[in-house]
Structure formats: C-alpha cells, structure tokens
Design a protein around this ligand. Structure first.
Ligand SMILES: [Zn+2]
Length: 508
C-alpha cells in the first residue's frame, strides 16, 4: 500500500504516453522501484533547495518508494523536511532507509557523485539555466532565481520517466547533457542575465489555478521581492484526482479552494497584493478590466473567449499531446492573436460528442447528452445503470456519482480515472491528462514570461515557445513567430473588434 490514493489518475495520464499500457503492469513496475534522491551541502543553496522541493513534489506523486541520501548535517536536516513533504503528498509512500533497499535510479542535486549501484541523473541550475547530466554533477547556484532550478526538476523527472518506461515510449531516449535557458529558450543558449529584484507586476490576472497554474504559482512564490497586483482566478476546489499533477497540492488540500491553495503559497510575497477571485473568469470580465492576463485555462473555447474580452495583452500557456509551451499575444499587429491559435480546424469534436463517446452514449447524443449538458440535470440511477452496462463496468463504483450533472460525472468518472481503473486500462481515455512534470514545466515557463514581461515592459520577438519533454532536449525547443489565421476568420481580422480594442487602449 505505497501507491497514492489518486493512482487511477496517474495511470490515466501514463496510458496516454505509454504504448501497450496495462494498469496492472504499470502498478507492478512502480511498486518494484526505489527512487533515490541524493544531495549534499551545496544543494542547500537557494537554487538547490528549490530544485529539491519541486523534485519531491513531482516524484512523490507517482513513485511509491523513495530514498533520501543526504550528505552532511545541513542536508540531513533538509532530508527530514523533504520526507515530511513527500508524506503529505502521498500518505501511503514508503520512505526507504538508505542501505535497506537496492536503488533503481538515483537523482542527484549538488556537487556530490554518490557511490550507488544504479544509473545516476544529476540536476542543478545557474539562474535562468536548467542543467542536467547523466555523467557528472552540474551544481546548484546561489542566486534568488529559481526558474532554472524548477525547470531542471521537470527535465530530470521527465528523464527518469523516459528511462523507466523506455520501451513504451517511441523515440524516447534519455538526455546525456542539457543546459536550457528559461530566459530565451533558444537551443544551446547560455543567456543568463541577473533576475531583477522587486519586479512590479502590472496588475495581472492569472486565469486558471489547475496543474499549470500550480506550477506558475510555485515559481512566482520564489521570485525575490515581487510587487504589484496579482488576481487569482478559479472557481473550483481541489479534488483527489488533481493531486496527480498539482505540484502545490497536498492530500489535506482536497476539498479546499484552488484560490486559497495558491494564496497560501504566495503569502511570503509581502510586497505583492493578491486578489482572490474564486469564481469563473467570465464573471470577472464584466466587473473588472482584464488588461493583462496570464492564461492557464483548459479549453480552446475559453481561450478564444478571453481574447474576445479584449485584454491589452495575454500570455498563454498549454500542455497538449506532443508539446507544452507559452505564447504572447495582442489583438493588434501582424502576429497571431490568442484566438488565431485556437480556432477550430473542423476536426475538433464538440463537448457533447466527446462526452457521449466517453460514456458510450453516442446514439443518445441528441435526446439525452445534449439536453442534460444544457440543463445541468442530475444523472438518475436508471441512466447510470445504462452507462455502466454500456461501458461493461460494475454499477456500484459509479453509484456515488448519481445525482451529479452529466458534466460532473464525466469529469469525475472518466477524466478522474474511475472508469479507466474499472476496466484495467482497457477503455482508453480521450481526455488529455498530462504528466506532472509537463504541467509544472508549462507553469514555470508561464511564470517566467510574466516576470520578464513585467520587468522589460515588452513582448519578446517570438509568439510561441514550445518543447516536448518526452523527447531529448533541447532539440525540440522552438520559438517561432506565428501568423494570423490564413482564412481570415479571426476576431483580430474583424474591423469592429479592432476598433473597440484600439479605442480601449488608445492605440492606432
Ligand atoms: Zn486572431
């Protein structure tokens, strides 16, 4: 009993990137692993501590047995607080004592090169630079910039996953050496200017405090002396399935508001004024002027709607099959606005189609699914019996969802991995559930863009920066300038929207 109670969600996420996925094999493999985390006194620097904190927040959500290997008094003390962090993320986790078990893989922070009988992965940072090596220690800097440190933990967690599940990820190999600049994302770049202290945020709203929002808040909490105003916007509460990839969330946070969770991590930013908005972003659009917006929302429709609310500028972030990244947008100008990137291409199914398919109710889409999604009517026992029978799963585990709206049943039972677990992985899940290290990386990049934009008052020359953490780094890192919609269907090509935008911000 060392796997987390939210294992179903973790299996759902893994099934989307692993070929020939079987829940039972996945579970057995994880249970048989002991992941070592070794570090010395030099890892007790500010950047080293940031890397270790995020590393534990990523690793403890998936791997049921971990082993701390601290060297020196300060590191031993730090290991105690990291153990307690790991236990609060997964109350069932086994913290194995060194020398009591053979390690399967060992992640190393600092300058140490521990003598272990398994492969070692060294991670560390120097300001904006995330570093990783399978050969030698890479060290951790002493700056107050945690962006490289956090990204290094995501890169290390992705390499650990690629190494363990090598045979099930096509084209996946482990990186041998990485130096990746969060300042400009360019392959081979060593851009690493000092991070300005006391950066003033220009009244930014962070829309969405899900997995990416959690990663963003983790990083923003560590920027020295942040000032200005930050609006925290999310109407939801943390559910059990969220723990699979919400780096801030502990088991005790289940049922609590996502806004409160984010606020708790930002309280050390005394110069930052936080505004809680525990409701949907749409209700905010009417009462506040959404000028500067950082977006960590789930859907394309939401992103198009945000762009239509005419913010002065937006910084977007995403995870999707194949890549993750960030993008900058204005409505005006030559380059793609946010809506340009998310206009439907004709192949994107509607929500009612997706839900009907997931619940095996395709033939009832018009008479049951669509009206129920519209009215929010609760799912009856009779309908649940039919769904269970069509999905060929037992009724009983689905009974707790009776009385919920159909969308709630879909989110909890399908996206939450309940049906996936009942079928032993046999019923593939169409919904996108990223791995924790993918969401955290997108969040750290979003936070980096918020801080750079606030400090430099200018958007970068590129529109999008994206990478694929299931492939070698940094060959897949691409920054590019994206053009507007070719078919001229977008609101940024509509004179009425442009006039309204220009009038609002007095630009010509
Ligand atoms: Zn557009």
């Amino acid at each position: 009993m060392a796997l987390a109670t939210y294992f179903g969600r973790a299996a759902t996420a893994a099934s989307q990137v692993l070929q020939g996925f079987q829940t039972k094999n996945f579970e057995q493999l994880l249970n048989g692993l002991v992941i070592g985390i070794a570090f010395d006194e030099t890892a007790c620097s500010s950047e080293g501590r940031a890397s270790l904190d995020l590393l534990v927040r990523l690793v403890a959500r998936l791997y049921p047995n971990i082993c701390f290997l601290p060297e020196g008094d300060e590191a031993t003390k730090l290991a105690r607080s990291l153990s307690s962090l790991a236990r609060s993320i997964n109350g069932q986790i086994d913290i194995v004592r060194p020398r009591l078990a053979a390690l399967s893989q060992c992640l190393v922070v600092g300058s140490t090169a521990p003598d272990v009988d398994c492969s070692r992965m060294f991670l560390g940072s120097d300001g904006w630079l995330a570093k990783f090596s399978t050969v030698q220690p890479v060290g951790s800097g002493c700056s107050s910039n945690s962006f490289g440190a956090g990204a290094a933990s995501c890169i290390a967690a992705s390499n650990l996953f690629r190494l363990i599940f090598n045979e099930q990820i096509s084209g996946a190999t482990v990186d041998s050496a990485v130096s990746f600049s969060l300042f400009d994302y360019a392959p081979g770049s060593d851009a690493n200017p000092p991070l300005e202290t006391n950066t003033v945020l220009d009244t930014i709203f962070l829309l969405g405090l899900g997995a990416i929002g959690n990663g963003a808040v983790w990083a923003l909490a560590r920027v020295s002396g942040l000032q200005g105003q930050l609006g925290l916007v999310d109407d939801e509460e943390v559910d059990q399935g969220n723990l699979q990839r919400y780096v801030l969330a502990l088991e005790k946070d289940i049922g609590g508001s996502k806004v409160k969770l984010a606020r708790r991590h930002l309280t050390s930013q005394r110069g930052l004024s936080l505004q809680d908005h525990p409701y949907k972003w749409q209700s905010l659009a009417g009462s506040h002027s959404l000028q500067h917006v950082a977006i960590a929302l789930d859907t394309a429709a939401d992103r198009i709607a945000v762009q239509a609310a005419l913010p002065r500028w937006t910084i977007n972030s995403w995870t999707q099959r194949g890549d993750l990244g960030v993008s900058h947008h204005h409505l005006d100008g030559e380059l793609a606005c946010l809506a340009c990137l998310y206009l439907p291409t004709g192949s994107v199914p509607d929500e009612d189609q997706v839900i009907a398919q997931a619940l095996s109710l395709e033939d009832r889409k018009m008479d049951v699914v669509r009206p129920m999604l519209h009215s929010g009517a609760p799912v009856s026992v009779e309908l649940m019996r039919e769904i269970a029978s069509r999905l060929m799963v037992p009724l009983e585990p689905l009974l707790p969802f009776v009385g919920q709206p159909l969308r709630g049943l879909y989110q909890a039972a399908i996206c939450g991995g309940v049906v996936f677990e009942l079928t032993g992985g046999g019923k593939p899940v169409r919904v996108e559930v990223p791995m924790a290290f993918q969401s955290a990386m997108a969040g750290i990049m979003l936070a980096a863009e918020i801080v750079k934009r606030s400090a430099h008052r200018d958007a970068p020359s590129w529109t999008t920066a994206k990478l694929n953490l299931l492939r070698k780094m940094p060959s897949d890192v691409i920054t590019e300038r994206r053009a507007k919609d070719r078919q001229e269907r977008c609101i940024c090509q509509d004179a009425d929207y442009l006039d309204a935008y220009r009038a609002r911000y007095k630009s010509v």
